[in-house]
Ligand binder design. Structure first.
Ligand SMILES: Nc1ncnc2c1ncn2[C@@H]1O[C@H](COP(=O)(O)OP(=O)(O)O)[C@@H](O)[C@H]1O
Ligand SMILES: [Mg+2]
Length: 388
């Protein structure tokens, strides 16, 4: 009997993201023996959609083609084992929960499986009620994980639009000055066409036009970048790009910037646009925090290497963050800015760092302001060493 054909359905593959509330959870049972396979199907089919597979290859194919929520797999099978399946599943579909079925005396392997990310293990012959309980619990964990990811994506998207809006309004604001210089010079020429300064005025106007084009070009290139490409990048480039986009805000709020980005730091792998988004959130927050205070309004952005990690910090001389809010500031929607805030900035920082297997820590800087440190796993040896 073909494993793929056993369910006999013609269901179209459904993308993992499309979790609809009324969809019946889909469970895949993997066992080389027909008896336990059918027993599980009978037990589960009232409440769930059940798929059956006879080995690891068939199981992986079903998971690839269907939106499977939970897998129940026998541990011992002739070719690849349940643990082999578990490892491959966790690699490709980390959200799919796995319950392992063990025979007598396989406890140690089963416990190892939990280390590899199995949700639970049950000894054969299993008790039906215990099995149903574990299935419920596994599916609940799966549902929560998908929901968390969905919220993260929404937060990121909303935060991205917020940033794009700020970048565009910063650009429009910046265009005002050169345009009024150009306008003023045109007026002078109209009123006095024979003025000996006409040539100088035209040169000034030309340089102001170039300034406008530069502003537009840098904003356009920022707007064009889309997240979700994996590349090798340097944190120094992230800093450069952020400071360029944040320039209108920094200038408007008269923030003095200190940049310490030594060339000799390791590269990181990941999504440059997401990391830039995170760092920009930190810079924007720092500017907001210092908005209403007298000088100094200092922003220090640094990068450095620490063991096998590449680090970046953003420090300001604002009021800092009270001890009691240190954890909460990273929560989605936590803001102290009322309607001015979205409470998404730091939640996105946390999400981006998790996605890059990195870390964010918050301290108060010696100057009393907030100090955020981002740590990334280094991807290569130091940039300059490999280039030498
Ligand atoms: N550099 C900072 N200095 C002081 N407080 C900060 C700083 N960065 C963040 N915060 C606090 O953390 C809260 C959450 O920040 P964030 O998630 O970016 O949302 P938002 O900026 O929309 O309020 C802010 O409202 C503010 O109270
Ligand atoms: Mg913010």
């Amino acid at each position: 009997m073909s494993a793929v054909g056993e369910h006999g359905g013609t269901t179209q593959p459904v993308h993992q993201d499309q979790v609809s509330a009324n969809k019946r959870p889909r469970i895949l049972v993997v066992d080389d023996e027909n008896g336990p396979r059918q027993a599980l199907r009978l037990l589960l089919k009232e409440e769930y959609e059940v798929r059956l597979a006879v080995d690891v290859i068939a199981a992986l194919q079903i998971v690839d083609e269907n939106d499977i929520d939970l897998v129940i797999t026998d541990l011992r099978m002739p070719r690849e084992t349940g643990v082999d399946l578990l490892k491959q599943l966790k690699e490709a579909y980390p959200d799919v929960e796995v319950i392992i079925l063990t025979g007598y005396g396989e406890l140690e392997t089963a416990m190892k499986a939990v280390e590899y990310g199995a949700f639970a293990y049950l000894e054969k012959p299993f008790d039906s009620n215990t099995m149903l309980q574990q299935v419920h619990a596994g599916l609940e964990k799966h549902r929560r994980e998908l929901e968390r990811r969905r919220l993260e994506r929404l937060a990121l998207e909303a935060n991205r639009f917020d940033t794009l809006g700020r970048a565009v309004s910063g650009m429009l604001h910046d265009l005002g000055t050169p345009l009024s210089v150009i306008g003023g010079n045109i007026d002078m020429i109209i009123h006095n066409p024979t003025d000996p300064d006409v040539a100088t005025r035209l040169t000034t106007m030309k340089s102001q036009v170039r300034h406008c084009t530069d502003i537009i070009r840098s904003t356009m290139s920022f707007l064009r970048d889309q997240p979700s490409r994996q590349t090798l990048f340097s944190l120094n480039d992230v800093v450069a790009s952020c400071l360029e986009v944040a320039q209108p805000l920094l200038r408007r709020q008269r923030v003095a910037v200190t940049r310490d980005t030594p060339v000799d730091i390791p590269c990181c792998t990941g999504d440059f646009v997401l990391v830039r988004q995170a760092v920009l959130n930190l810079i924007t927050n720092a500017c907001h925090a210092m908005k209403d205070q007298d000088e100094p309004r200092d922003l220090a952005v640094s990068t450095w290497a620490e063991g096998d990690r590449a680090c970046l910090s953003v420090a300001d001389t604002g009021p800092g963050i009270p001890e009691a809010s240190r954890e909460k500031v990273f929560d989605t929607f936590f803001t102290t800015k009322g309607d001015e805030g979205t409470g998404l900035g730091l939640a996105v920082v946390k999400y981006v760092m998790r996605r890059h297997e990195g870390n964010v820590t918050l301290r108060n800087s010696p100057d009393g302001g907030a100090l955020f440190i981002l740590e990334f796993p280094a991807a290569t040896r130091r940039t300059t060493e490999s280039q030498r």
